[in-house]
Ligand binder design. Structure first.
Ligand code: PLP
Length: 295
């Protein structure tokens, strides 16, 4: 993620109203149990949804992914998708200045009556939290390092599950911060590129785009929207293994994600990408994406 965006992102003001299990609380009164399985074991899932001019972008797709992630972990949300959608809308309504905002929906397995991994120790229902924060324009350029921390392979924890456990991504992010970069490019367990710590990656070479296939990455909703948008505007987009050599020799690289929108990568591991500036293809994709999200 672009560092400057990150710092400004997600500032929950004291006036923020947070949804917790069907009730609304001012920020400082929103509470969950310290015995929640999400706290004890990072046992939960989440989604982030952008509001552009008060309209949620790809809300259905995000809610579908939330339920897929929960199902994969054996968490029964106990609310219908429609109820979650209504809870999200009610949360937005109770907060001011949410025309351009970031909404997070988080579901944990719930409070435990005893300490232990066994999911049957959860008391009654999952914990559902929803909050919204205003956001400004995302930064348009970013520098990356190549992290020594690999993206979790599907053999260990399928990255398609958007779980609340981001520890290896956080470790990669710390490496980036120590190196003075904005973010980290994570490789998959085989050494092909996977994704950034909270965004998907595209490379551009001679006008053609390539992005890692969705095996070892979170299959980003923005990624999918960009692939469709690029193809319908005449670009060739390949979903395939991408090597670091291709990264270093790419004409352009960009990141996509709910927090990033589309963000140009100007350097990777200290090597300048292309001419180190926002390139024409990325600029066109940014423009098309803006047209799609803010028609
Ligand atoms: C690891 C990771 N990859 C990619 C993405 C981008 O996904 P989306 O476009 O659905 O926001 C995210 C977003 O949170 C992420 O956390």
């Amino acid at each position: 993620m672009c560092a400057e965006v990150y710092e400004g992102y997600g500032s929950l003001s004291a006036e923020s109203i947070v949804y917790v299990n069907g009730e609304f609380y001012p920020r400082d009164e929103a509470r969950i149990s310290v015995f929640d399985s999400g706290i004890l074991y990072g046992d939960g899932v989440f989604e982030a949804i952008r509001l552009f001019n008060s309209k949620p972008f790809k809300q259905v797709e995000h809610i579908e992914r939330l339920y897929r992630s929960a199902k994969a972990l054996g968490i029964n949300i106990q609310l219908t998708k429609e109820e979650i959608k209504r809870a999200m809308e009610a949360t937005i309504k109770r907060n001011k200045g949410m025309e351009n905002a970031y909404v997070r929906i988080l579901v944990t397995r719930g409070e435990k009556k005893a300490v232990g991994l066994d999911p049957r120790l959860c008391v009654d229902r999952p914990t559902v939290i929803i909050f919204a924060v205003p956001v400004g324009e995302a930064k348009s350029e970013s520098s990356l390092i190549v992290s020594s921390i690999r993206r979790t392979p599907p053999e260990c924890l399928d990255p398609k599950i958007k779980s609340i456990n981001y520890l290896n991504n956080i470790l990669a992010k710390i490496e980036a911060i120590h190196a003075g970069a904005d973010d980290a490019l994570m490789l998959d367990i085989r050494g092909f590129i996977a994704e950034a710590t909270g965004a998907n990656v595209f490379i551009v070479k001679e006008g053609r785009m390539a992005t890692p296939q969705a095996d070892n990455i979170l299959d980003g909703i923005t990624r999918r929207a960009i692939i469709d948008l690029a193809k319908s505007n005449g670009f060739e987009v390949q979903e395939r293994n991408v090597t670091l050599q291709e990264v270093y020799t790419a004409d352009e690289i960009f990141l996509t994600g709910t927090s990033e929108d589309v963000c140009a990568v100007t350097s990777v591991g200290g090597r300048t990408i292309g001419d180190g500036k926002l390139g024409p293809t990325t600029e066109k994709i940014m423009r098309l994406y803006r047209g799609m999200t803010q028609p």
